[in-house]
Design a protein around this ligand. Structure first.
Ligand code: SOE
Length: 387
C-alpha cells in the first residue's frame, strides 16, 4: 500500500514468512511512515511453499499477493527487490537467480551456509553491480541506534587505540528437552547452529564497530544434546550443528577479542552484549537495554570519570529523526525499518549498501575458521590431575 503519491515506487518481493519474514515485513510496512524516502516501498508479493499458510501470512503481514514458487516471485514485473528470509540452504540459489533476473537483493544473515556458496553469491552480486543492481546482507543489529552511535564514537577516536572486544550472544531455547529437530538444528538446512545464527551477528558487529577485520581465531564448540525427536513423531534424529561456541580472535591492529554464543544459556532469551576497551575509554552495549549506550571517557580526571549512560533517543542520534520525541524509546523491530531505509536510499542513489555480500562472505570465512579451529581444539591440552 503506497504511502506517498509523488515518489517513484520500489516493488518488494519476500521469500519466507516465519520469524525473520515477519520482522522484515514490519520494517517494510513502517519505513515509509517514519522516514522520507526517495522511493516508496510497495509490498508486492510474499512467497512460501504452502498455499494456505502463505495466503494467511500475506494477509497478516500486509503483502498484496502471495506466490508458492520463488521463481514466480522473482519473475514478477512488480518486484524490483527480492528480500530473502528463508533458511540458509536456499539463500545462494534464490539470490543468484534474482540477480540474474535483474532484481536488487536483500538477503538475511548468515549470507550462506558455506564459504563456497557465499563466494558464488559475491560473484553474482559483482556482475549485477555492473548492471546497476545492488545486493545487501541483513545484519540488522548494525542499525540499533546505540550501536550506530558506538561506531561513530570509535571512528572519532573517543576510545583511543582498541585493546579488547568482548561479546556474548545468548539464548536458551535449546535447553528445552522436548525441543524437536527443527531446521535450525540440521546442518544441511542451517549450515551451523549457534555459531551461524548468533555468532554471525557478534562477528559482524565486532568488525563493524571497530572498522577492523578478525585475522585469526581459536575456538571450542559443543553439541550438548546429540539427538532430538523428529517433528513428524517418527523417531529421533541426530543434531548436526553446534549448540554453543566459544572463540577468541585477533583483530588486524593486534587487539584481542573474545566471544561466547549459546542456545543453552538458561534464562537468557536474546542477550547480546558487546564491550570495547580502548586506550582512552570504553563502550558497552546490552540488547536488553537497547536505547542505552555506556561510555567511559578515560581522558576525564580519574576523580570524575565513570561509565556514563547515554540515552540514545535524541533527534540527532542515528535513525532517531524518524521516530518519537527524546526519551520515547525504540525496540528490536525498528532495526528492520532502518535497514529498509538505508537500502532504499542506496538503491535510489545507485550506491553499494553496507553490509555488502562481500562483507557477508568475510563473516562466513571467520565462521569457517572457527569451525576448523574447534575441530582441532577438540583434542584439548590436558589439565594434569583432572583426567
Ligand atoms: C535466532 O533465534 C534468531 O532468530 C536469529 O536468527 C536472529 O538473527 C536474531 O536476531 C534473533 O535470534
Amino acid at each position: 500500500m503506497p504511502i506517498s503519491t509523488t515518489s517513484p515506487t520500489l516493488g518488494v518481493g519476500m521469500v519466507g514468512y516465519a520469524f525473520m519474514g515477519a520482522a522484515h515485513s514490519q520494517g517494510w510496512r513502517t519505513v515509509g511512515r517514519a522516514f522520507d524516502l526517495p522511493r516508496t516501498p510497495v509490498m508486492a508479493a510474499i512467497c512460501g511453499r504452502d498455499r494456505a499458510r502463505v495466503d494467511a501470512a500475506a494477509d497478516r503481514l500486509g503483502w498484496a499477493a502471495a506466490e508458492t514458487d520463488w521463481r514466480a516471485l522473482i519473475a514478477r514485473d512488480d518486484v524490483q527487490l527480492v528480500d530473502i528470509c528463508s533458511p540458509g540452504d536456499s539463500h545462494a540459489e534464490i539470490a543468484i537467480a534474482a540477480l540474474a533476473a535483474g532484481k536488487h537483493v536483500l538477503c538475511e544473515k548468515p549470507l550462506a551456509n558455506t564459504v563456497a556458496e557465499a563466494e558464488a553469491m559475491v560473484a553474482a552480486a559483482e556482475a549485477a553491480a555492473g548492471r546497476g543492481q545492488l545486493a545487501m546482507v541483513g545484519f540488522n543489529y548494525r542499525r540499533v541506534p546505540a550501536l550506530a552511535l558506538a561506531r561513530r564514537l570509535v571512528a572519532e577516536g573517543r576510545i583511543g587505540t582498541l585493546r579488547h572486544v568482548r561479546a556474548v550472544y545468548l539464548q536458551d531455547w535449546g535447553a528445552d528437552p522436548e525441543l524437536k529437530l527443527v531446521w535450525r538444528l540440521r546442518k544441511e538446512l542451517a549450515g551451523s547452529g549457534a555459531l551461524g545464527d548468533l555468532g554471525a551477528h557478534v562477528v559482524d558487529l565486532a568488525q563493524h564497530l571497530t572498522g577492523e577485520l578478525i585475522t585469526g581465531v581459536s575456538a571450542h564448540t559443543e553439541t550438548f544434546v546429540k539427538e532430538r525427536p523428529l517433528p513428524d513423531g517418527s523417531g529421533v534424529g541426530e543434531v548436526t550443528v553446534d549448540d554453543a561456541a566459544l572463540f577468541t580472535g585477533r583483530l588486524a591492529s593486534g587487539a584481542l577479542a573474545s566471544f561466547e554464543v549459546s542456545r543453552f544459556a538458561t534464562g537468557r532469551k536474546n542477550a547480546l552484549r558487546i564491550e570495547l576497551n580502548g586506550s582512552d575509554g570504553s563502550l558497552a552495549f546490552d540488547l536488553e537495554r537497547l536505547n542505552e549506550l555506556e561510555f567511559y571517557d578515560g581522558t576525564e580526571p580519574a576523580s570524575r570519570a565513570g561509565f556514563r549512560r547515554i540515552l540514545v533517543t535524541e533527534p540527532d542520534h542515528p535513525y532517531l529523526e524518524g521516530w518519537w520525541p527524546a526519551g520515547h524509546g525504540l525496540g528490536y523491530e525498528h532495526t528492520f525499518a532502518h535497514q529498509a531505509r538505508d537500502l532504499v536510499h542506496a538503491i535510489d542513489a545507485g550506491e553499494q549498501p553496507a553490509p555488502s555480500f562481500a562483507d557477508g562472505l568475510q563473516v562466513q570465512r571467520v565462521l569457517a575458521a572457527i569451525e576448523e579451529s574447534a575441530e582441532k581444539n577438540a583434542v584439548h591440552t590436558p589439565v594434569h590431575g583432572a583426567q
